[in-house]
Design a protein around this ligand. Sequence first.
Ligand code: PEP
Ligand code: MN
Length: 345
Amino acid sequence: MLVVMHVSATQADIDRVCDAVSAMGFQPLPMPGAQRTTVGLVGNDGRVDGSNIEAMPGVAEIIYVSSPFKQVSREWRSANTLVAIAPGVVFGGTDVPVIAGPCSVESEAQILASARAVRNAGAVALRGGAFKPRSSPYSFQGLGKHGLELLQLAKRETGLAIVTEAMDDEGAHLVAEYADCIQIGARNMQNYSLLKTVGRLRKPVLLKRGMAATVQELLLSAEYILSEGNDQVILCERGVRTWDPSSRNMFDLNCIPTVQKLSHLPIIADPSHGTGIRDRVTPMARAAVAAGADGIIIEVHPDPNKALSDGAQSLFPDQFADLVRQLRQISEAIGRSISSLPVHA
Ligand code: PEP
Ligand code: MN
C-alpha cells in the first residue's frame, strides 16, 4: 500500500501517517518527491485495509500495490530508477552503457589486454569473474582475491568501472571492496541470504535471471535486495534453459519490455550467455539494444581460443569494436546513445 500525501501536507501530517502505519504493525517508508511525499507500507504480505489512513489530514489518496513484488514495482515508483555504478556510467536513463571483458580473470596480462581492448572499443565497464560458479568442481574456479586485485589494477590503468561476481556472503564483503557493481549470477538468483547481504552492502548490484526463473521470480529476488534498503539494482536477461539444444540458452528478449512495464529498475541484456556461441552474440546484442535494453554485457577475450572459461561465446576484440559501432547506430535510431567515458588521463 502507498499513501500519497497532498502537495500541501505538512511534516506533522506525514509523521501522523507514519505513526498510524507503525501502529498497524507495519513499517512506514516515507519517500519525499519533487512535489509531494509518498509513504510506502512494507512488511505486509497481502492486502491491508487503509480506510482509517485515507481519512487522515494531508492524505490525497491510497494506492494498493497489486503485485507480489512491491518496492520493485512501477506502482511503487513510476519513474525509472537510475543506477550509477561510477561517474558517467548510469543505467536506466537514455544512455546505454556497455560492460565487456572476459568471463574470468585469468592473469595480469589477460585482464589488462582485455581492459585496454574493450576501453578502446567503447566499453565503460569491465567485467570478469574472480569467483566463478562452474558446473564442474574440476573446472577453473577463478583466481579469488588475487583476481580482484588484478581488476583493481585494470581499473587504475583504464578508468573502467568494475563488475564482478560474488558467490557467497563472505565473498560479497570482499567483492564490495573492489567492485563498482556486484554481480549475482544466474545460479545464485534465489540465494536469499546472499541477496539480503548485498541489500545491506549499499553497492550497486547486477542481478542475473536464473536459468529457469520466471520474470516474477526475478523481480521477487530483486525485492529481497530493495527490502534491505538498497534500490541500486540492475536486472539482467541472460537466457533461460529450454528443450532445444541448438543454443546454450534461449535468449528471452521479450523479458526486456515486460520487466520495463512491471518495474522501475533498469534491465540489461547478456547475449553471450544468452546464446553461448560467438557468431550469434552480435546479432542478438543488436536486437537487445533495439528492444530497449538499458545496457549490454558482452564477453570479450584477447585470445578466446585459449580462454579458461566460456571461450566459445567470447568475442575477439575486433568483433567487439565492430559491434559497438553498430550499437551506436541502433541506439541513435531509438533516441538513446551508447555511453562513453571521458578520455582517461
Ligand atoms: C558470467 O557472467 O560469467 C556467468 C557465470 O553468468 P551467468 O550467471 O549468467 O551464468
Ligand atoms: Mn561466462
